[in-house]
Write a protein that binds this ligand. Structure first.
Ligand SMILES: Nc1ncnc2c1ncn2[C@@H]1O[C@H](COP(=O)(O)OP(=O)(O)OP(=O)(O)O)[C@@H](O)[C@H]1O
Length: 310
């Protein structure tokens, strides 16, 4: 398969990444690749560090496998670079390629499509806490991982971006939806009522856009385990006794913990005050994702060229 040449700039980035990985004792260099590079050459440039290639492009994935480089396949969706990076780190941990708590150096096209122009040192302790492959596998037995990932991704987006500049908090309860509906009551008319199933699919970008809009009205979304939005604006009524949660978590998080204890559903909260996403199962926090930088919207960067002199 034809490979994309490694430009001088990319080579310089790789050499810097190698040094940075050594200095910071990073466990791996994660390359978010949109193009089928010669990954053996990339590997040579970064020296002893472990190389992970993450991509949603089938040809890039094939080349990485061909070059015998550890590869993290991403879901092919129009995501921000930061979302893709988060997804790559999550998947890498889930696949036991990375351990939570380590540092990695990430290389990605931060500003220009198709150019590896950005390096970050990502501390997985800050980024993903208490997530282990075993946790994810255990979760998978209850709700399909695919549905969970979609919901967690959207929750992270809401936590990071809010809506129209304002922070937004919300809750999703995924799976066991009939029982969740029985243990909750509506606070508004269900905006998804009357829509055919295929118009309530979580994987549909329009549905996710509506969810972001309705997230502002607060309370909880109820999602079936096969990925359909059943209801929005539900107040969760499950009793919270017998639960213990970290100090500082308020009623939203207690309600999420309680519903996850009383049903087989997984509750995912977005904190309005911090943007942190938490995933509850059986009354306890199984996963916490911090917003890497709440104020930063990676694709909002616009370069304004200097005025020309002529
Ligand atoms: N039982 C419940 N079911 C659904 N949503 C709830 C429930 N209780 C509280 N909430 C939501 O949580 C919001 C209040 O959150 P509060 O600040 O008390 O909690 P918190 O856990 O500290 O959350 P945050 O970190 O977002 O501030 C309410 O506006 C409400 O929408």
């Amino acid at each position: 398969m034809k490979r994309t040449a490694i430009t001088e700039q990319f080579e310089a980035v790789l050499v810097s990444a190698r040094r940075l990985a050594q200095r910071t004792e990073a466990e791996a260099i994660v390359l978010l690749a949109d193009l089928p590079y010669d990954f053996t050459a990339v590997k040579r440039s970064i020296g002893k560090s472990l190389l992970l290639v993450a991509s949603d492009k089938p040809d890039v994935q094939r080349c990485a496998v061909e070059d015998e480089i550890a590869m993290v396949p991403l879901i092919n969706e129009p995501e921000t670079v930061q979302m893709q990076l988060s997804q790559a780190l999550l998947e890498a941990i889930a696949d036991d390629l990375l351990r939570p708590g380590v540092k990695v150096v990430a290389l990605y096209p931060g500003f220009e499509v198709n150019a590896i122009d950005t390096i970050s040192v990502v501390n997985l302790t800050e980024h993903l806490v208490r997530l282990t492959a075993r946790d994810l596998q255990r979760l998978e037995t209850q709700v399909p991982l695919e549905t969970l990932r979609m919901v967690v991704d959207l929750a992270c987006e809401i936590g990071r971006e809010g809506r129209e500049g304002k922070p937004v908090g919300t809750t999703f309860v995924v799976g066991d939806h009939r029982k969740v509906l029985r243990l909750s009551h509506p606070t508004i008319h269900n905006p998804f009522r009357g829509y055919a199933k295929k118009e309530r699919q979580f994987r549909d970008a329009r549905t996710r856009e509506s969810i972001k809009e309705f997230a502002q009205i607060d309370c909880a979304f109820v999602i079936s385990s096969d990925g359909f939005v059943e209801s929005a604006g539900r107040y969760l009524d499950a009793p919270a006794h017998g639960l213990t949660l970290s100090k500082g978590l308020g009623s939203r998080h207690w309600a999420a913990a309680a519903i996850s204890k009383a049903t087989k559903g997984i509750a995912i909260t977005v904190s309005e005050s911090t943007g942190t996403v938490r995933l509850f199962q059986d009354g306890i926090v199984m996963l916490r994702i911090e917003p890497l930088d709440r104020a930063m919207k990676w694709q909002a960067f616009e370069f304004e060229p200097p005025p020309t002199t002529d």
